[in-house]
Design a protein around this ligand. Structure first.
Ligand SMILES: N[C@@H](CCC(=O)N[C@@H](CSC=O)C(=O)NCC(=O)O)C(=O)O
Length: 288
């Protein structure tokens, strides 16, 4: 068994499993939470990955995101991964909230010493799903969607746009939508990639959407009271403008939610909408 189950917690009629496994891409043991809805006891269930933001582990959203209730109603499993490797003993790893531990940015670092395990792109896109699908036969590997918050919203958008067909749908809460043009993204990309701007562009949702071919559906929520939005860390308008310019057949819904901030009060207020959105695409009846 690839995973150790540290706890099994009853939640909304299903089970929240607190798991640990040894990951080669991140060069350390990784913790995560997996929510199995009640429907998983009698058949395969679709899977929604939730990527968390800066400073988070898989616990923040599992505890206060309010995803389990709608996931139980729709019969969807939720995967809540960690946001970086931990304890690699890289100098400076724990010095800042927005770089290193808790801030893996869902990229594979190309700059030393971060190459030692800061490979959250490969971990989320490849190693973790493979491990989960081989250990949990109740998870349907053909029906996978992705969502995320802030740094995790950037992760959700970029993984979706870089891997056409891998995910049935994508949505995001307050995503860092144009990291190459905001302080958080510039710090992270400079740290993980160095000055190679081509690498930066490969992990920028606004650059990636310009190259997207064919129809594109997305749901994005941002709060008008979000201080990080006001400081120019999120830049959702740049993403929308790039998608329009690219002339794609787009169905991108950007909802500016009045007064909401960047916190889990915001996420929990719209979690049911994002699970329902994924459910529509994960349903076998939905035609892509
Ligand atoms: N401590 C920092 C801000 C950290 C923060 O707000 N993290 C957000 C995600 S921000 C983008 O990725 C978060 O989800 N925090 C966890 C929580 O439970 O709220 C500062 O003071 O600026």
């Amino acid at each position: 068994m690839a995973f150790t189950t540290n706890a099994t917690i009853a939640s909304c009629g299903g089970k929240l499993l607190k798991l640990t496994h040894k990951a080669s891409s991140t060069n350390c043991d990784m913790n995560l939470n997996l929510y199995l809805p009640p429907q998983a006891q009698s058949g395969k269930v679709p899977v929604l990955f939730y990527l968390s933001g800066l400073t988070c582990t898989g616990d923040n959203c599992a505890e206060k995101g309010f995803f389990q209730k709608p996931a139980s109603e729709h019969g969807i499993a939720i995967v809540y991964p960690d946001t970086s490797p931990r304890g690699l003993k890289i100098e400076g790893e724990d010095d800042a909230y927005d770089f290193g531990s808790g801030a893996g940015f869902y990229v594979d670092a190309t700059k030393e010493p971060w190459t030692k395990g800061y490979n959250m792109y490969s971990y989320i896109a490849d190693e973790l799903p493979k491990a989960l699908f081989s250990s949990f036969p109740e998870l349907d590997s053909s029906k996978v969607s992705i969502t995320g918050h802030s740094m995790g919203g950037h992760g959700a958008l970029t993984l979706f746009l870089r891997n056409p067909g891998m995910y049935k749908s994508c949505s995001a809460f307050a995503p860092i939508a144009n990291p190459i043009n905001c302080p958080w993204g510039q710090k992270a990309f400079n740290g993980y990639f160095g000055e190679d701007q081509s690498k930066w562009q490969e992990h920028d949702a606004t650059e990636l959407v310009k190259k997207w071919k064919g129809p594109l559906s997305l749901l994005i929520d941002v709060g008008t009271g979000d201080n990080f939005y006001k400081q120019g860390q999120l830049l959702p308008e740049n993403f929308i403008a790039a998608a329009k310019e690219a002339g794609n057949d787009t169905d991108i819904t950007l909802r500016m939610q009045p007064d909401y901030d960047h916190s889990y009060y915001f996420i929990s207020s719209f979690a049911d909408n994002h699970v329902s959105y994924a459910a529509k695409f994960l349903s076998s009846k939905h035609i892509l």
